[in-house]
Design a protein. Sequence first.
Length: 329
Amino acid sequence: MAEIFTPFLTAFILAYALRPVCLWLERHQLPRALAAGIAMILGLAVIFLILSLFISLLKTEIPLIKTQLPLWIQNTQSWLDPKLVEFHINLDWATLKSSATQKITEHLTDNSDALMSTTLETVLVSGSSVIAGFVNAVLILFVMFYLLIDWNHFFALVKKIVPVRAQETVHHLAMHTDGLLSQYLRGMLIVISIMSLFYSTGLSIIGVKGAVALGVFTALMIVIPYIGITLGFTLALLAALLQFGPGSAIIGVLVLYGLGQFIEGFFLTPRLVGERIGLHPVAVLFALLLFGKLFGFFGVLLALPISAVSLVLLQYGWSRYTQSSWYQK
């Protein structure tokens, strides 16, 4: 069932995120259909920007890995040889160096364009996957467009399904959930913008190649709790190590990301996003694994906001339970 629901869930979440843009365009006298189309184009542009940043990182990192690997082995040999001699251990470093370099050369191309073409060829081997992906993409765009156009009509129909005696309660929960998600989305956009500038400027001062792409990518990955910042930090550390080797640049990256986490975790997120979600770290990790398993990478991105919605419903259910005569008696 996950394969069926994933495109519709994706379309609904994208429509919800783009609805403020659509409403803003409508307030400026644009027809609703045109406003929905422009909002979708802007959303797709942001997605392609993220993909282009990732490709830019590949273009920077892959040639550096191939270039720096022999130097790494040579430095490791200089450091490790005296220690191995003490234990009467001899390694054939020439064979190790040539073998490792050959393996890297076989598996990594000189530029990411060749890597992307190889990846594309691999994907094209499976025609069914390509067709399924194309159908899902068209379905997502189709559903998202009509949700943006008929958003109010859609929820008016949903309201009719709800029993009259429960409509006030459902409306209250929906408004609470909408306020929570709106605060989350607006706050995360501001946090991402600030941290993009912070990481890009810091990496540029350190001298890391592709600093802007790496900084923006790291800031975007903040939306994935724990995993995102770990990925961004690992890429930055690898980039500094490939470019400068062990030294002051590594310390600079450690200080930069440590300071960034402190600013983002103790100042920006509490003030701009708010500690409204209130999930325990273990619950956050459980949500990441659960929604990632159900809906793939997109599920990982949605784990936190969906968990926030679930928390609103659980809190309401718990309050009704504790106020019931069955519980109090």
